[in-house]
Design a protein around this ligand. Structure first.
Ligand code: ADP
Length: 423
């Protein structure tokens, strides 16, 4: 006990010394003032001593009151700020739909995002009636029974459009008897997952078909056609075509995945479109001759350079020109145009590849750049198509900030225009 009392006395003495030290300049100024007055006025020594004692006492007390004052000020500022931050303001600042409810599962408040996402909610409405799905009922039960302080479920809203949410519920606590529901929209992530799953299913299907055909012919060659040289030759040719088809598909798949892995274009490289398109036309000369298609050039005068990656743009024009020669074969000619586009909001260069074949029915045009989408599957297969050409084109153009527009009239051919920005 004696020890504790001693320690307390020591700490009080230390506090007083610290306060005196903190106010030393004020104290010194006070003492100098008293001594000055003492020097000039006819003052008794007792008065000077009394004045110094008062100054010492004030100095010892002053910092404590100042510290107390600043702590009180901080508390007042914090309390004032929090009062302004009412639940309503906080809820409005949350971008996800948020609903505050009480222990009878009645809505107390909903933010603007919740009103926009779910029609027919308002304070006073029962959450159990609004969200009747079993998973939402289970979430409300678990949180209101106190079984868990917070809980999460996946919930799908069917109307007006299907949206998938991850819903978290938690108790506000602090004696409020209030609870909060927050809806995180997962629809976009789900859509991407579904697209990935579809893509894998399509790619596997595309590979399995030629594989099944090769395997069937191997069996026939080992069995019934074992001693039939003519059939063997024919089957080997089919098998070779099927392996070619698989190789093309794998090349296109690798192209797509390489494009997805490359994060962005190397800046500062320019592509000479005249030279690039001349090379593309030369490389497809044999295919055009084989299909009886004449390729015509209509290139603007002067330099035709745009920023971009030469190999990638070569791949774009090669795909478009190859399609024009294959699918527009019946038109007998294809025109490749390069034109400046100086007017309008996006100055740049347009490259158009136009054929005069059967064209593309209007309803297919919006989907034609999707992976594995074909207007006529059999025709695409006979033309050695993989269904990935235009999606590779679209991918590369997105990386170049460029656009693809497709115009077609059934019976009058199709025109694919690439709009490349100048900068
Ligand atoms: P594919 O490997 O099948 O050629 P693409 O993605 O390049 O795949 O093209 C998708 C589909 O678009 C083709 O299967 C074809 O049906 C159609 N198509 C593309 N270009 C033309 C064209 N110039 N004329 C008519 N149809 C075309």
């Amino acid at each position: 006990m004696a020890d504790t009392g001693g320690a307390e006395q020591r700490s009080t003495a230390q506090a007083v010394v610290i306060r005196l030290w903190n106010s030393r300049w004020l104290l010194a100024a006070g003492i100098v003032a008293v001594l000055t007055v003492y020097g000039f006025a006819d003052m008794s020594g007792y008065v000077v001593l009394l004045a110094c004692a008062v100054l010492l006492f004030a100095a010892a007390m002053l910092p404590a009151s100042v510290a107390r004052q600043s702590a009180e000020d901080a508390a007042a500022i914090e309390a004032g700020g929090l009062q302004q931050l009412s639940g309503e303001y906080l809820a409005a600042a949350v971008a996800d739909p948020l609903i505050i409810f009480d222990r009878t599962a009645t809505i107390v408040h909903a933010n603007a995002a919740a009103f926009a996402a779910f029609g027919g909610i308002a304070p006073g409405i029962s959450l159990s009636l609004k969200f009747r799905a079993p998973e939402m009922q289970a979430l409300l039960d678990s949180i209101l029974s106190g079984a868990a302080a917070s809980d999460v479920v996946d919930y799908t809203e069917k109307l007006p459009v299907e949206r998938a949410y991850r819903v978290s519920a938690s108790s506000v606590g602090h004696g409020t008897d209030l609870y909060v529901l927050v809806f995180k929209d997962q629809s976009e992530a789900r859509r991407i997952d579904r697209m990935r799953a579809d893509f894998i299913a399509n790619a596997s299907h595309e590979l399995r078909t030629p594989l099944a055909s090769i395997s069937g012919f191997i069996e026939t060659l080992r069995g019934p056609a074992r001693n039939d040289p003519a059939a063997r030759e024919q089957f080997l040719q089919i098998m070779q075509n099927q392996t070619g088809r698989m190789a093309r598909l794998i090349d296109d798949l690798l192209s797509l995945s390489r494009l997805e892995m490359k994060p962005y274009l190397k800046p500062g490289t320019e592509v000479d479109l005249r030279q690039t398109l001349d090379s593309v036309i030369d490389s497809l000369g044999p295919l055009a001759r084989e299909n009886g298609v004449a390729i015509e050039r209509d290139f603007a005068e002067g330099p035709l350079d745009v920023p971009g990656d030469r190999d990638e743009l070569f791949q774009v024009f090669e795909n478009l020109l190859e399609n024009a020669c294959k699918y527009g074969q019946s038109g007998g000619r294809v025109v490749v145009t390069i034109a400046h586009r100086d007017d309008g909001p996006e100055p740049g260069i347009d490259v158009t590849i136009r054929d005069f074949g059967p064209g593309i029915p209007e309803e297919h045009i919006p989907r034609i750049t999707e992976r594995f989408y074909r207007v006529d599957v059999e025709n695409s297969r006979t033309q050695k198509g993989t269904g990935l050409g235009l999606s590779i084109v679209k991918h590369i153009l997105t990386r170049h900030n460029a656009r693809l527009s497709i115009k077609s009239e059934v019976g009058n051919g199709a025109a694919f225009t690439v709009h490349l920005p100048a900068h």
